[in-house]
Design a protein. Sequence first.
Length: 291
Amino acid sequence: MVVICDVGARTNFVAMHQQPPAPLPQLGIPTLTAEFERAKGALKSYIVRITANRQEAEDIVQETYIRAHRNVASFKGDSSVKTWLFAIAQNIARDHLRSLKRWPEDVGDICKDAAMKDPDFFREAMTIHKTSPQAQFEIREHIAFCFTCVSRSLPLEQQLALMLKEVYEFTAKEIAEIMETNEAMVKYYLHTGRGRMMEVFDKRCALINKEGVCHQCTELNGIFNPKQNAQEEAVKLQMVRDAKKGDKEHLFDLRMKVMQELDPFTSPAAELQLHHLEFDRQVMEMHEAPA
């Protein structure tokens, strides 16, 4: 039996199936603007947490939209628009962050000593507490604040990867795109950064370790909420209730849950905590400055 092959038909069939995929629809300005507005809150909170600088966060977020608008044609659709925006913002912030020294693990102690010597700090804080609707001191707010400060003791790449994964819930692949690295390095940053932060908090945080040297959460609660029993307030937190179990991974996850639930710009204690963060940043800049 002789089979006659239609060479022309076969060629057309192969050619049809070898054609490159149709190009993705170009990202338009209205879509970019809508996506930016959806991501703006998370973007701003991320930047303030890695820079500890409220004004810088505002400026970087604005600059992010300007650059995205200018380069909208370069968006290829290989990632989500949110991932692309985070990458732009981080690139803007990263060069500045690399020029700064990392903070020490005992940043809380250093800044506490400075605050005790500066009557203006508490005077301004009490004014904010009495006049702002976003100045209700809560222990869980200080837990988030503390993590923001202590995370700056990590190498920069570990801090960024940890924030992106544990707080903003990006995947390792997305973090690699944002940080312009590969997934293997992201996993390394996450493993080492997470391990180091668990070690620091297990050693320092009196909420989860009776031998911990840092009691600022309950001390500050006593100042701003003198009618409350600080220990009773502390045990309302699952992290504190579960501390006796000694599961460091679990306690760290609960700490990250607090971070996820609180936006540093819109939370009930936002103005108070941002004032505190600005004070700590200024103290650390002076602490790092050469004599």
